[in-house]
Design a protein around this ligand. Structure first.
Ligand SMILES: Cc1cc2nc3c(=O)[nH]c(=O)nc-3n(C[C@H](O)[C@H](O)[C@H](O)COP(=O)(O)OP(=O)(O)OC[C@H]3O[C@@H](n4cnc5c(N)ncnc54)[C@H](O)[C@@H]3O)c2cc1C
Length: 474
């Protein structure tokens, strides 16, 4: 009987998992493994960890839940901490595996790691097999080779919607055979193992993100079937406050606790059994954006991480000023709409899509700071960090990605007034401004008497603006 190592990475689920189905088809004995790669938690050159507290907690919970779900069907999960490039080949050799199965990734670090492992395995006549798992549309079903992927999202979307059928989800296994006589299954890492201090997220958070397939499915069930929030999604998705303006599915999607095809099938069922409208479609539309950024990363490789981006334009002049960057990062720019969003991120690990667009635009178009610094900071903090979605969106907003509009610019004042008309969101995250009236909250040009009236001392309780916001009024 053949023995297979199932190396889990961003596919932490039993449902719609081709790796597991293939093991069953082959009647193989398996060893499922998750390896916490300690490099992922080290400090970047900008002095913050590559993976910070919120996502670390979510990841640990997701791995724990995967282990429990595997145990329920007679299997288990080996948990390792260290360098997968060493650990995976060692275990494959020790257990005389025939193959290592893994979900395919598309970006440099992940592929380099896969390739290193593949080479070591090959020296021992062990194969590595990669499976495409993370998107709604399967890459093999695209009507063109990836090098011909359209550079405009709408062209991609219309093409796949009219020509490609989304594959059915793969059924959840009910029994898996383990390789016999394994005694040490490892254990979850401590804070010391990862050199990360795990903080609790602020009570004011939009929702409590609990890691794992079980919590992800429950969240989808509530969002869709119990609370019917999807019915208003298209109208509410640009809002900023609360648990229901958008689906909040991103963190579970990022680690593969939920498969996008599973979400798609649930939405289709909802449309048949309850309501079909523009909003139900729009959630799928957004999942196609997610697919698109993954395909773009596949097409352009390392370019999505480079300063000149996928357009390879001649270098724009980017500023590398750590003091200014710190002000942005800490939510101390003196621009309330930006600071409120950054404080939400810093205190919870989440930020709305509208918020992300604005903070990214402010950093890159107003402060003109090296956009890759901003992308690195969101990578560190976001609970839903996804390499392709994060870096793809940053290139787009920084003007080095595949935005067909060359000169896209977010006027922060207009955005703030449109999406937070009464300043409720700002006051929620910046309580020092809670007495400022709605007319003054966005621009904060307060004279001494107003500061007294609104009980805020600008420059002491809340910083002076780091750029002159009058530019947005012209
Ligand atoms: C600068 C910047 C950085 C971002 N970084 C990430 C990231 O690291 N991880 C991430 O998942 N999303 C990222 N996004 C996209 C988007 O902001 C989030 O997916 C969304 O806010 C998550 O909340 P939600 O699940 O409630 O989204 P919903 O509005 O409910 O959307 C449903 C799903 O569609 C997908 N989606 C929606 N918008 C986008 C988009 N613009 N790009 C790609 N997928 C999208 C997500 O999977 C999301 O969960 C980023 C956007 C910007 C502007």
């Amino acid at each position: 009987m053949s023995k297979i190592i199932v190396w889990f990475r961003n596919d932490l689920r039993l449902h719609d998992n081709e790796l597991l189905q293939k093991c069953i088809d082959k009647n193989a004995e398996i060893l499922p493994i998750f390896c916490f790669d300690t490099k992922q938690f080290q400090n970047t050159f900008l002095d913050f960890p590559k993976t910070d507290s919120f996502r670390t907690r979510f990841l640990i919970e997701s791995v724990q839940n995967l282990k429990e779900n595997l145990q329920k069907i007679g299997a288990n999960l080996m948990i390792c901490v260290g360098d997968p490039a060493v650990i995976i080949p060692e275990l494959a050799i020790k257990h005389q595996a025939k193959s290592v199965f893994v979900s395919a990734e598309v970006t440099k670090e992940e592929i380099t790691l896969e390739n290193t492992i593949e080479q070591k395995l090959a020296q021992n006549k062990i194969e590595m097999e990669r499976f495409w798992q993370s998107t709604l549309y399967h890459i093999q079903d695209l009507p063109y080779p990836i090098k011909n992927l359209p550079d405009i999202f709408t062209q991609f979307r219309k093409g796949v919607e009219s020509l490609v059928k989304i594959r059915k989800t793969i059924s959840t296994p009910t029994k898996l055979k383990l390789i016999a006589h394994i005694h040490d299954w490892g254990k979850l890492p401590s804070e010391q193992d990862l050199c990360i201090k795990i903080k609790e997220s602020d009570e004011k958070k939009a929702i409590h993100f609990e890691g794992g397939e079980t919590a992800g499915k429950k969240h989808l069930q509530q969002y869709l079937w119990e609370n019917n929030h999807i019915v208003h999604y298209k109208e509410t998705r640009n809002e900023l406050l609360g648990d229901s303006y958008s689906s909040k599915l991103s963190a579970w999607l990022a680690l593969g606790c939920l498969s996008p095809r599973y979400i798609y099938e649930e939405v289709k069922k909802y449309e048949t059994e309850k309501i079909k409208n523009d909003s139900t479609y729009w959630l799928i539309f957004e999942l196609i954006w997610r697919d698109y950024f993954r395909m773009v990363a596949k097409k352009y490789g390392n370019k999505i991480f480079q300063l000149e981006g996928i357009k390879s334009k001649e270098k724009l002049q980017w500023i590398e000023n750590k003091a200014l960057f710190e002000q942005w990062k800490n939510g101390n720019t003196g621009i309330p709409f930006i600071d409120a969003n950054m404080r939400e991120l810093n205190q919870t690990g989440f930020m709305s899509n509208r918020g992300r667009q604005n903070v990214a635009s402010f950093l890159t178009k107003d402060l003109k700071i090296n956009w890759t610094w901003g992308a690195m900071y969101l990578e560190s903090l976001l609970i839903d960090y996804d390499v392709c979605s994060n870096w793809g969106n940053w290139t787009y907003i920084a003007g080095v990605g595949n935005d067909p509009r060359e000169d896209r610019y977010f006027n922060i004042l207009t955005q703030a007034k449109r999406y937070d008309e009464k300043g409720k969101y700002i006051k929620y995250w910046l309580p020092e401004l809670e007495n400022v009236n709605e007319k003054a909250i966005h621009l904060l040009k307060l004279d001494r008497n107003q500061q007294k009236e609104f009980k805020v001392n600008i420059g002491v309780d809340y910083p002076n603006p780091m750029i002159n916001p009058e530019k947005w009024t012209k």
